[in-house]
Design a protein around this ligand. Structure first.
Ligand code: 3Y8
Ligand code: NAP
Length: 246
């Protein structure tokens, strides 16, 4: 009997949840519990950490899951490491659904950096307006930088930056909306994670149309695992596994 644990938190995870529900497969959608009111899902949900890889492995065993799907954000590296370890310990097959990284298009002015500290070091420190579109968890490296910040969080939260305007919105974002936002706040540069997907790419298209430079933070490296980019590939994997009786 197939019973799936889906580690979510992205628009792709929501699309996969709908496909699993439509296929009548038994599945549970898992949130980290970061936000007060996450998007509703067409599956039963659970929220909160598992207590590391061992906690996740125990949860898989005790709850009788037969398949583990990691559809978390490319920058949610800890849970993805834990999913790989827990899959081995609990002997539950794992597949990752991960959208391809964004690649620069004609007209883009991107500078790739390896991490958040490198992004802070790449800034001009000239007091200009910067759209720091990375959420709230990784702001410490930017505390000493001399800029007028525009931040965007999914929910109201405190932050360590001076001279900052906080926009609270979880998307979906539009190009017109992000162009208007950047013009209204006199933005001269955008900092973003290479999240990929369509849920946050509006700001990149807006920057291109405004001719603004983008500091693009590359994804953290993850160990080898079975990764696909489309919901249909996950469904094929599940049907294939079911046919093989795993
Ligand atoms: C809790 C609840 C959907 C899912 C929507 C996607 C799109 C909007 C892009 C910008 C960038 C940012 C942030 C962002 C995106 C989608 C997608 C995506 C970036 C939700 C969700 C949860 C989270 C967690 C939240 C973080 C924050 C990051 C805001 C759900 C809405 C900035 C990432 O403690 C915190 O406040 C943590 C907040 C992690 C990063 C940060 O460090 O602040 N996402 N985002 C999930 C959970 O509890 O498990 O899943 O519906 C999901 C979405 N976030 O179905 O439409 O799919 O990429 N989310 C970043 O990319 O830098 C916004 O503003 O342009
Ligand atoms: P993270 O740093 O990789 O994980 C930190 C801890 O949070 C994990 O060790 C685990 O706790 C718990 N956790 C994370 N995702 C979980 C899930 N889906 N279900 C249950 N527990 C989870 O994660 P993060 O970057 O904070 O992201 C948290 C959530 O927000 C994820 O669902 C992710 O998909 C979503 N999200 C993140 C970003 C981003 O920029 N990071 C962007 C969009 C959406 P335990 O160790 O106790 O098990």
């Amino acid at each position: 009997m197939t019973r799936i644990l889906l580690l979510g938190g992205t628009s792709e995870a929501r699309a996969l949840a709908q496909a699993l529900a439509d296929a009548g497969l038994e599945a549970v959608y898992s949130y980290a519990g970061r936000l007060q009111n996450p998007v509703a899902q067409p599956l039963p949900t659970r929220s909160g950490g598992f207590g590391g890889a061992d906690g996740l492995a125990a949860y898989l065993r005790v709850e009788g899951f037969t398949h583990l799907i990691d559809a978390t954000h490319p920058f949610a590296a800890t849970i993805s490491h834990n999913a790989i370890a827990a899959s081995g310990r609990a002997r539950v097959p794992l597949i990752a659904l991960e959208r391809p990284a964004w690649t620069a298009q004609p007209g883009d002015r991107w500078r790739h950096v390896a991490d958040f500290a490198a992004a802070a070091s790449a800034l001009p420190n000239d007091g200009s307006g910067v759209f720091l579109a990375i959420g709230r968890q990784q702001l410490a490296p930017f505390v000493g930088c001399n800029h007028r910040w525009m931040l965007r969080f999914a929910e109201v939260a405190s932050h360590p930056l001076r001279d900052a305007t906080l926009i609270v919105s979880r998307g979906p974002f539009t190009v017109a909306g992000d162009i208007a936002l950047m013009q209204r706040h006199g933005i001269g540069l955008v900092v973003t994670k290479n999240a990929g997907g369509h849920g946050a790419e509006a700001k990149l298209i807006a920057a291109r149309e405004l001719g603004l430079p983008v500091v693009m933070i590359d994804r953290p490296a993850l160990p080898a695992r079975h990764v696909v980019a489309r919901v249909a590939e996950v469904m094929d994997w599940l049907h294939g596994a079911a046919d093989r009786g795993v």
